[in-house]
Write a protein that binds this ligand. Structure first.
Ligand code: UGA
Length: 432
């Protein structure tokens, strides 16, 4: 099929590359000329394991352009994967999606199905279809389909190739048939619903996962006070198939471009209809508080952080991504700096983006050892594999005062028992 994709962020680019891999002719459109030039050379503008390799293997079926009119003119299917960032009031900003719809209306010269992959509030597909039909320049038949995305950053390619489900929200048999043809090469369960249900599945899924994380984080905080171990508790809970063992890792809260935005957006909608989602409100509040856990703990170990050397391991919101959006490092490091601490940070891929925000205030270290050297305290914000591979001995010998505050429970407690390092993690007893 001839497919166009609007937007080459995580969702758009991964979708485009995977659809090319399935044998479709795919044109990816982006407004950013520099980004398009990079992709034409086979280079992915985002750090995503496996993406560049899959891109390289399918370049003959991939075109990258800023010329949206040429891309949309004769496309059978047009995917929209542009951002829907959070507005100040928490609602979703649909201006990029609306702009793409207007561009499609101006360009389309054949019948097509327009597929919304961007996360949009319930009812948006209906409105977009009206807008599109009302603004079409050529007399063609168009329909909107909702096809929410469930990929996670860092595992986006695998998640798309081996998704647990494909959700398709359509209002006609024709649109359903087109969508089934698009995904014919993937052997995954397809859930077909109406458009509003598909839109809701996306929000309800992300918000449920966010709620699950906030729930386990609250239980973890209580475990810490009561002498229980959250990892044992989570294992004991997770073996019950009704609960499931995934997304029960306690830590310093969820970040990224999705859970924070999608919880706030659904909460905003529920308030708008005077049906506040109290569970989601609680998930948001718990997460905001949880993100500050390490800085609060740091202040317990030292009366003042003035002049203290603090090693920070990990800046990104999770491993295998260079994305800093809503990362706990963004709220903790400014507080540490305000307290007069000297921050020595290490991150294998997040450094470049963090430097743009804090070019001078933070010392960036090329190795973990350099960050730890002479430190009074070590804070772990991201569970990078290199961090998880460290030995207690490394902290003990390199740090001036070996105190490790682990926001991601990177190590079994026994690694630090009797080590001479104070190891304080989330929801587990502190060991020395
Ligand atoms: C999330 C969802 O997992 C995807 O299914 C969805 O498609 C995506 O949002 C989206 O809406 O586009 P993502 O934000 O990339 O994906 O990352 P996750 O792996 O879900 O992690 C989100 C945050 O939760 C991270 O900060 C992570 O550290 C945290 N987390 C995750 C925990 O604190 N504990 C856990 O057990 C799991």
């Amino acid at each position: 099929m001839k497919i166009a994709i609007a937007g080459t962020g995580y969702v758009g680019l991964v979708t485009g590359v995977v659809l090319a891999h399935l044998g479709h002719q795919v044109t990816c459109v982006d407004v950013d000329e520099k980004k398009v030039e990079t992709m034409r050379r086979g280079i992915s503008p985002i750090y995503e394991p496996g993406l560049e390799e899959l891109m390289a293997a399918n370049m003959e079926r991939l075109t990258f352009t800023t010329d949206y009119a040429a891309a949309y003119r004769d496309a059978e299917v047009i995917f929209i994967g542009v951002g829907t960032p959070e507005k100040k009031d928490g609602s979703a900003n649909l201006s990029y999606v609306n702009q793409v719809i207007r561009q499609i209306a101006a360009s389309l010269e054949r019948d097509a199905v327009v597929v919304v992959k961007s996360t949009v509030p319930i009812g948006t597909n209906d409105k977009l279809e009206q807008l599109l039909r009302a603004s079409l320049v050529h007399p063609v038949q168009v329909e909107l389909a909702s096809n929410p995305e469930f990929l996670s950053q860092g595992t986006a390619v695998r998640d798309t190739l081996h998704a647990a489900r494909i959700v398709i929200g359509v209002e006609s048999e024709h649109a359903e048939a087109v969508m089934r043809t698009v995904y014919a090469g993937l052997d995954q369960p397809i859930v077909v619903t109406n458009r509003r249900s598909a839109e809701m599945i996306k929000y309800a899924s992300n918000d449920f996962l966010a709620l699950k994380i906030s729930y386990i984080n609250e239980i973890a905080n209580l475990c810490e006070l009561l002498g229980a171990n959250i990892q044992d508790v989570a294992r004991g809970m997770g073996l019950d198939p009704r609960i499931g063992d995934r997304f029960l890792n306690a830590g310093i809260g969820y970040g990224g471009s999705c859970f924070p935005k999608d919880t706030k957006a659904l909460h905003w909608v529920s308030n708008y209809y005077d049906r506040e989602l109290k569970t989601i409100k609680a998930a948001i509040e718990v997460n905001d508080r949880q993100k500050l856990l390490l800085v609060k703990k740091a202040r317990k170990y030292y009366d003042s952080l003035e002049g203290k050397k603090i090693a920070v391991l990990g800046l990104t919101f999770k491993p295998e991504t260079d994305d800093l959006r809503e990362a706990p490092s963004l709220v903790n490091i400014p507080i540490l700096l305000d307290d007069g601490a000297q921050v020595y940070a290490w991150d294998p891929v997040g450094e470049t983006n963090y430097r743009k925000l804090y070019p001078e205030e933070v010392t960036y270290c090329p190795s973990i050892e350099q960050a730890l050297e002479g430190a009074d305290l070590c804070l772990i914000f991201t569970e990078w594999a290199d961090v998880k591979a460290l030995k207690a001995e490394t902290f003990r010998t390199l740090m001036k005062t070996p105190i490790v505050l682990d926001g991601r429970n990177c190590f079994p407690l026994k690694c630090f028992e009797g080590s001479g390092v104070t190891y304080d993690s989330v929801g587990r007893p502190t060991v020395h």
